[in-house]
Design a binder for this molecule. Structure first.
Ligand code: AP5
Length: 224
């Protein structure tokens, strides 16, 4: 069976992280989430974290050269025999080109880019209600995905908080960044024949089912 190497593309709050974890469990894929990697670097106080901190907190994209270096290192040290999910990368044209070059260098290729299609009103509802565990970073939602005990993580009982960049003004900046710098990648991947559109406005279970069906189809097409 050919490897599954996926890019998840879509606006902030579209549900990419939620589905990435499910996909990673379902198919045994390596999860590479740039947001999580950057937040970890910030909390460790590494050089990368110090450079990225202000951008993340302000809802702006971190400069391409920092992100590309981080992802290239991660791909090179990862298991070459296991597929991967890139959640949150690439987000600009130079990042997409850098990924292309790196995959060629590694002799690997993308199976599909999944576009999480959802309207802005839903994104705002999802982000304003998102709560994350201070310890594991696990995601909840005050309405759509409630923890068993209010304000506490189901996995380890730690406190749940709102991400700093989920405040309304930061979300607006993130959406502007998405429209200006990331949305052009839809055409880029469409031209390569890799784009698969997912109706991400539905429930998390329905989105998962659509992704599974889409990937089954992509694999069948690969074999034809
Ligand atoms: P990152 O952490 O990647 O943020 P993002 O792309 O804005 O994505 P989110 O994590 O906000 O949303 P998501 O789509 O994963 O949704 P989720 O599943 O959590 O990046 C943060 C920052 O890092 C960036 O702003 C930038 O500064 C920097 N950065 C990262 N990558 C970069 C790059 N490549 N280049 C430059 N800078 C970069 O779901 C959201 C909520 O909705 C949750 O509460 C969830 O429970 C709920 N939910 C999920 N699915 C559903 C559903 N189907 N129905 C109802 N609720 C749902």
């Amino acid at each position: 069976m050919p490897q599954l190497n996926l890019v998840l593309l879509g606006p902030p709050g579209a549900g990419k992280g939620t589905q990435a974890l499910r996909l990673s469990d379902d198919f045994g894929l390596q999860y590479i989430g740039t947001g999580d990697m950057l937040r970890e670097a910030v909390s460790n106080g590494s050089e990368l974290g110090k450079s990225a901190r202000e951008y993340i907190q302000g809802g702006k994209l971190v400069p391409d050269e920092l992100i590309c270096k981080m992802i290239i290192e991660r791909l090179e040290e990862g298991d070459p025999d296991a597929g991967f999910i890139l959640d949150g990368f690439p987000r600009t044209q130079p990042q997409a080109e850098a990924l292309n070059r790196e995959l060629e260098h590694l002799g690997r290729s993308l199976t599909a880019t999944l576009l999480f299609d959802v309207d802005e009103a839903e994104v705002l509802t999802r982000l304003s209600g998102r709560r994350v565990c201070v310890k594991s970073g696990h995601n909840y939602h005050v309405k759509y995905n409630k923890p068993k005990h209010e304000g506490r993580c189901d996995l380890d009982g730690s406190r749940l908080v709102q991400r700093e960049d989920d405040q309304e003004d930061k979300v607006r900046t993130r959406l502007e960044e998405y429209r200006e710098k990331t949305e052009p990648l839809i055409g880029y991947y469409e031209e390569k024949g890799l784009l698969r559109k997912i109706d991400a406005g539905r429930s998390a279970d329905e989105v998962r089912d659509q992704i599974r069906a889409t990937l089954a189809m992509a694999r069948l097409e690969e074999q034809v």
